[in-house]
Write a protein that binds this ligand. Structure first.
Ligand SMILES: [Zn+2]
Length: 301
């Protein structure tokens, strides 16, 4: 069966089902799914091009599925991470002496973090796609909660949903608006300037994009798993000093250098070393102060 953007929802259900079957039956269907995604993503993109339309012109749920598919199709490691999640859940169910084949597992692209529905004999699990890179221990806890009803066990999964890894994946399917090429050039030039000034031009350029939401609290973010920086459009407001935009981009570039440090099972990004490096930016305290008052500054007449 061939799929288009109009029945992409059915296609998503289909591949989730195939991957779950593959994980529980160990029949290596995952290769077939991988090839099918490639084929269908190509043909869907071709159709969109023929219709002279864009991803953004479709309904939000369809857009999200297409973005998730693009992410899985991007490289083998993305696809393998997704398939591994099904394997982890299968393993965790077996660990608690549950029969995985009774279950139905689907990753969803809405606000649901996790949900158990269906019947007692055929439970249906819906899990947020952004959680698919969670380590085995997190799945085991969630399954423990599902099987034993222990409320504490669900907490590990909720905690995981606050990690940079989860939030980064959330961004992949939620909002990456099309970029204006001229604005893109300006961001790339600013990156080059900072790279020369602070990093001896050693940093590799990630994709740098303006986010969709005009957020005043989260001004920038570096997406570790997909190597891109997104910046809040409030930073291009005429009343935002250029140094403030430059500082936020500098901060996100420091994330590329420092990575994520794991300590006692927790992920740290703003480590003391990170903060020391950040303080190399001229007038950083003054700029941080401006950034914290940005919405006030923008609303002044
Ligand atoms: Zn940061």
């Amino acid at each position: 069966m061939s799929y288009s953007i109009n029945n992409i929802n059915r296609y998503w259900e289909e591949i989730n089902k195939l991957l779950w079957n593959s994980a529980t039956r160990d029949d290596e269907q995952d290769h077939i799914v991988k090839n099918s995604i490639k084929r269908n993503v190509d043909s869907i993109l071709r159709d969109i091009k023929i219709q002279r339309s864009s991803i953004e012109s479709f309904k939000i749920p369809s857009q999200r599925i297409l973005k998730a598919l693009l992410c899985l199709n991007e490289n083998d490691s993305n696809f393998n991470a997704f398939y591994l999640a099904f394997s982890h859940i299968n393993r965790a169910l077996k660990h608690f002496e549950e029969a995985p084949m009774r279950y139905n597992v689907t990753f969803c692209l809405n606000k649901t973090l996790w949900k158990k529905e269906g019947t007692k004999h055929h439970p249906q699990l819906s899990l947020n796609f952004a959680a698919h890179r969670a380590p085995y221990e997190v799945w085991e806890k969630l399954v423990e909660h599902l099987v034993t009803g222990r409320p504490k066990a669900a907490r590990a999964f909720e905690e995981y949903s606050k990690t940079p890894e989860f939030l980064a994946l959330l961004e992949v399917y939620r909002s990456l608006p099309p970029q204006n090429p001229q604005e893109q050039d300006l961001l790339n030039e600013l990156f080059d300037e900072i790279n020369a000034e602070f990093f001896q031009k050693k940093l590799q350029k990630p994709r740098i994009v303006w986010a969709q939401r005009h957020a005043y609290r989260q001004l920038g973010r570096y997406n570790f798993s997909h190597d891109y920086i997104s910046l809040s459009p409030v930073l291009k407001h005429p009343k935002t000093p250029r140094a403030a935009l430059k500082f936020v981009l500098f901060h996100e570039m420091l994330h590329i250098v420092h990575g994520i440090k794991k300590q006692n099972g927790r992920a740290h990004t703003h480590t003391p070393q990170f903060k020391r490096d950040e303080a190399r930016f001229p007038n950083h305290r003054e700029i941080e102060n401006i950034l914290s008052r940005l919405s006030e500054i923008h609303s002044e007449p």
